[in-house]
Design a protein around this ligand. Sequence first.
Ligand SMILES: *[C@@H]1O[C@H](CO)[C@@H](O)[C@H](O)[C@H]1NC(C)=O
Ligand SMILES: *[C@@H]1O[C@H](CO)[C@@H](O)[C@H](O)[C@H]1NC(C)=O
Ligand SMILES: *[C@@H]1O[C@H](CO)[C@@H](O)[C@H](O)[C@H]1NC(C)=O
Ligand SMILES: *[C@@H]1O[C@H](CO)[C@@H](O)[C@H](O)[C@H]1NC(C)=O
Length: 813
Amino acid sequence: MASKLVRLSLITNTNRIFARIANEWSIIIYLLILVNVVPISEAISNCTLNGIRYLCSNIATTTDFPLVLTANVRKVTLIGTNELSHSFPDERFTHHTWSKVSELSILVFTNVDSIERMFLNGLEELKFLSVSSCTDIHTIDKDTFSFTPNIEELHFDGDTRLHLYVVEAALTDKLSNLRFLSLIAIQGSENHVVLGKNFSNALLGKILTALDISRVNVIYVEHAITQDVFGNLKYLNVSYSTILLPRKLNDISRGLAPNIELLDITGVRYLLLNSMIEGEYQIEECFLDLKPMYFFLQGIFEPDIQVNLDVIVRSDNCYTEVPKMLDFSKNSLARLNITFLGNSSAHELETLNLEGNKMEYISPHLLSICRSLKNLDLSNNLLMKMQNMDDFTNMFTENKDLEIIFLRNNRLTFVPSNLFVSNSKLRIIDLSENELIYFNLYLYFVENLALINLRMNRLKDLSASMMEQFDSLLWKQNSESNQRTNVTNVLLKHFQDKSLIGKRYRYGYNASEDIQFEELHSMIPLYVTIDILDNRFVCDCDTLVFMEWILFTKIDIINKTVLSCKYGNNDEYLSIELLQTVQTNCRLAVRIGFGVASSAAIIVSILTFVIMFHRRCKSDRRNQDLQNLKKEILQENTHFEFLMFLSYCSRDTQIVEEQILPSLKRYLHETFNTARDIVCTGADDFVPGMRIIDEIHRCINKSLVVVPVITPAFLQSKWSQEECVAAVDRHRQVVILMEKNTDTSSAIVTIQNLIWQHTRGTWSDNEGVFVIRPSWNIICEGIIRAASEALRHYRRHNLIEPAEDNPLVEEMV
Ligand SMILES: *[C@@H]1O[C@H](CO)[C@@H](O)[C@H](O)[C@H]1NC(C)=O
Ligand SMILES: *[C@@H]1O[C@H](CO)[C@@H](O)[C@H](O)[C@H]1NC(C)=O
Ligand SMILES: *[C@@H]1O[C@H](CO)[C@@H](O)[C@H](O)[C@H]1NC(C)=O
Ligand SMILES: *[C@@H]1O[C@H](CO)[C@@H](O)[C@H](O)[C@H]1NC(C)=O
């Protein structure tokens, strides 16, 4: 108090007196410093200055408290040991350098049991005070805060012996600027915390916008005070506390906290009596008035139950606002089959967290009403149970704004390649820690892709189509030089760390510090990056293209230098030396192959011989195969409607319709003894009005064999390329028909590989004389054998992994 008087007189007195008193005063300070010279130098060794921040740790005695600060210090943190005596020292903050401090944190003084009246004297500019983790504090002088009238944010967190009534008494009639009060774990496990009349009195005249009373044993809310206390709240954190509300929740939820923006009720256990909820519900009235922007509801159901929802909700003329962010993670939701009828929408929802829920089914309808969804976390669930359903393929079709999708650890063995065809704004796709053995996604439309995470799957290589897409994506991104802002970085961080969102409501929250933090730990790269570590890559003749791509692509591959693959029986780093070794070995093998069969004639005769041989030796097998095929294709309700899909470029329509299609159809229809169309073509079977890409996939999916008609025009056509890629991706058998002397050197890799791997029929068309070799008989035999092989593969696969009582098996792997 004395120093305060001195300073008051400084202002009112003349210059001469000013100089004199100032000198005397600095002598006093000098003496104080001398007196304390030993302890201060000890304390200094524990203190660090960083810009406007000053941190002292290991404060053991009262004299360790710094007396004088450097002029620019604004934020001070003092951390104790358990040696300091029972109360804090008086008047340690009275030097004028303390008067400019705006934030003070006093932490971990575990022996101190009281805060006395003069302790905070001198901190008149203080805006933020935290006296936290002082586990013995139980008294606060009720006039303590008269010295710090400007406090806006006050924390007594983890002060487990402190009772709420003590805080109430200290706050009454003080701190009229208080906005944020945090009392985490107050009163320890003792008694109920009662938010009642006294609490209301203590806050009288203050506009409290944030209250954190989490980790409290039981909070009892008295009805009378709800409006006074909750009326202005924007932030309410009652996580991990048990709350007793005065009446039924329905009654008071209306208008309880009309201005709430963030509500955290994580871990507030709600005992669900019936975990199977089924049937139809009509919502007459919109009862949900509680509409925080950020809503955290993590872990509110008992972990050992399973919540199954199969409900239809009707809500006519009801507009319910929903949060911008909803965290429903770790809640044991196994099935979320919710269908909204009427004009429901959840436009505001941008971030949805359903991580860690044992989820086996989520209805596409539920996601489809979330039109603005940007971030979705479905990690740590069991979505492999629905991976074969159409509902999985269609899950995200309405989420056109989706940017970030986490599907980590769902035991997926495959993802439909058209899973994200509607989501052109995707930036991050996380499929790590699944069981993918094959991976292909259509990403031609996704221009801002930044990261695909495929870490810890079971991939042997990457599909040709995937490699091509990555390269073309990089080219697009580079050429258009997309500048990404930090905004999404922060968003991603927020998505994962809710305390950052909470921070916004705090005094002195500085968003640019978060952004700096983000830049340091940036997870979003500028251009497309892939993470494919810890898979089961193989380096052999079949994966040469993959090896080469990995080594020479310009795509960023995370930790490429430690990427390993199986070579022979060992795991080796995928290096240029390894590539050369494998290349040499494979060339040797190829040359031997060429020596034997260097001319087309020999290939054809071998093919003929092989087919004849098989026909003789295995005519029984052939008959059986044919019967099976007939059963599959000619009966109703089987998976495959067509024996084959004839893929050709529209510029070749004439030759196909005049020469190829009639011969194929004649032979095949005779063999199958049917008039039904078993050859699928774009011209006859694509449904008008649909998207071409969808139709290609539908037809290939319904056909056992794909027969590309390769011509120079075919090799140029984007759709024809798409068809070949789709055939490879879906593991369809391929039988090639190719025009003689077609230059294939400029074909895409997928087609080159097909041509390289398969024998084929070759035709020439000289002035109307159409000659094909081998004969149509033999080519059709080849198609039938390929179809049988495909069917066997399909059935084998479905025996190993029966689709969970779901007739719509979409895919074969
Ligand atoms: C979803 O729930 C409806 C009834 O609400 C039911 O008829 C339908 O079969 C369920 N869908 C799935 C895939 O279980
Ligand atoms: C709410 O309180 C809990 C526990 O004290 C904390 O972990 C969490 O980050 C808080 N929530 C928000 C949104 O700040
Ligand atoms: C916010 O943080 C940045 C980076 O640390 C700093 O440069 C800036 O001065 C801070 N702004 C305020 C108002 O504290
Ligand atoms: C890359 O490898 C290094 C060393 O093994 C490791 O420290 C780093 O975290 C890895 N980076 C990523 C993104 O996995």
